[in-house]
Ligand binder design. Structure first.
Ligand SMILES: NC(=O)c1ccc[n+]([C@@H]2O[C@H](COP(=O)([O-])OP(=O)(O)OC[C@H]3O[C@@H](n4cnc5c(N)ncnc54)[C@H](OP(=O)(O)O)[C@@H]3O)[C@@H](O)[C@H]2O)c1
Length: 299
């Protein structure tokens, strides 16, 4: 259990998938006191040892949010309308510095612009990567970068199988289904890495990059895995230009898939980083087949 003397970790996004995972793992570890941050503390009173208001768009709220905190976990939500990730993260880093925070953990993503030589435009990746320098140069005694994977949960949420023109249920996406390029994972397990980083600052707190990777797959492998468990999902590759014009945000997703196909999600050889993340987490991440059997119900 957490004691009053335990160091306090303030978690941004505590009501969401990444921050929620961080809160649960930190509490389970029992080593830290946890302060959940949300724009609506009254709706989430039981989330952690403390629940405090923080709005990244209102920097004046961040002083009280980070006051007395030993560590801060920061995630920004690109997909929320009106979000300026650079502005939000800059405000959070500044407020954390002023509050005397000792260990700052930022949930980043690879720099697709740099990896692809400027050919691909994926702001929800590259915009986060550009924040790394701000975190690094802020001069915290310790800082860590965690990298969230393609959530397994996407396949039941934003990217759930759809009814196709031929009557089948499945995916129509602008990606070669034979190319293995997607670093994936159960996002609820990101918290183990975050908690592990705060618990091991000497090993994780010198700017280490810690990706969560439960599996590395092609779309064919994803579908074969599901279909072996009783599903009958189909896959159709659609032309990139046609997909990009389909709905608001489709162009960003099309470019993201191009990146997976050309360079892989992480965009670099990451075996050592993954091994360090798993060691600090104290657990091997769940492979897709195991997760799907437990969470992806056969209709
Ligand atoms: N889906 C994927 O495969 C994937 C992979 C890698 C990275 N990502 C990234 O993950 C991020 C989203 O994280 P998530 O999945 O944890 O999101 P989520 O489950 O949708 O939750 C969003 C969280 O952000 C908080 N939030 C939003 N705007 C805020 C603001 N102005 N001030 C303070 N808190 C704010 C919300 O808190 P309250 O509403 O309680 O205030 C909520 O806790 C995105 O930036 C996305 O690019 C996604």
């Amino acid at each position: 259990m957490s004691s009053d003397k335990a160091k306090l970790i303030a978690v941004v996004g505590a009501t969401g998938q990444q921050g929620g995972a961080a809160v649960r793992a930190l509490r389970a570890r029992g080593q830290f006191k946890v302060r959940a941050l949300t724009r609506n503390p009254d709706k989430h009173r039981d989330l952690a040892d403390e629940v405090v208001q923080a709005d990244l768009d209102r920097p004046e709220t961040l002083k009280a949010a980070f006051e007395g905190a030993h560590g801060v976990f920061l995630v920004t939500n690109f997909w929320e309308q009106g979000t300026d990730e650079l502005k939000q993260a800059t405000a959070a880093v500044r407020a954390a510095k002023e509050a005397g925070v000792k260990h700052f953990v930022w949930s980043t993503l690879p720099n697709v612009e740099a990896i692809g030589g400027g050919k691909l435009h994926v702001p929800h990746f590259t915009g986060k990567a550009r924040i790394d320098r701000i975190v690094r140069e802020a001069g915290f005694p310790h800082h860590t970068f965690v990298i969230a994977p393609f959530y397994y949960q996407n396949l039941m949420g934003a990217l759930a199988p759809q009814k196709q023109a031929d009557g089948s249920l499945g995916w129509a996406l602008p990606i070669d289904p034979g190319v293995r390029g997607i670093h994936m994972g159960d996002i609820t397990e990101l918290g183990n890495i975050v908690a592990g980083a705060f618990a091991h600052p000497a090993e994780a707190g010198n700017g280490e990059y810690l990706p969560l990777v439960g599996d590395f797959m092609s779309f064919n492998e994803i579908i074969d895995t599901l279909n072996r468990q009783g599903h009958t999902f189909s896959f159709k590759r659609v032309p990139n230009e046609a997909f990009a014009a389909l709905f608001p945000g489709a162009a960003e997703i099309e470019q993201t898939f191009r990146h997976f196909e050309a360079h892989t999600y992480l965009g670099s050889h990451s075996t050592d980083r993954i091994a360090l993340a798993n060691r600090l987490a104290g657990a091997q991440p769940t492979p897709f087949s195991t997760w799907a059997r437990a969470h992806f119900p056969v209709q």
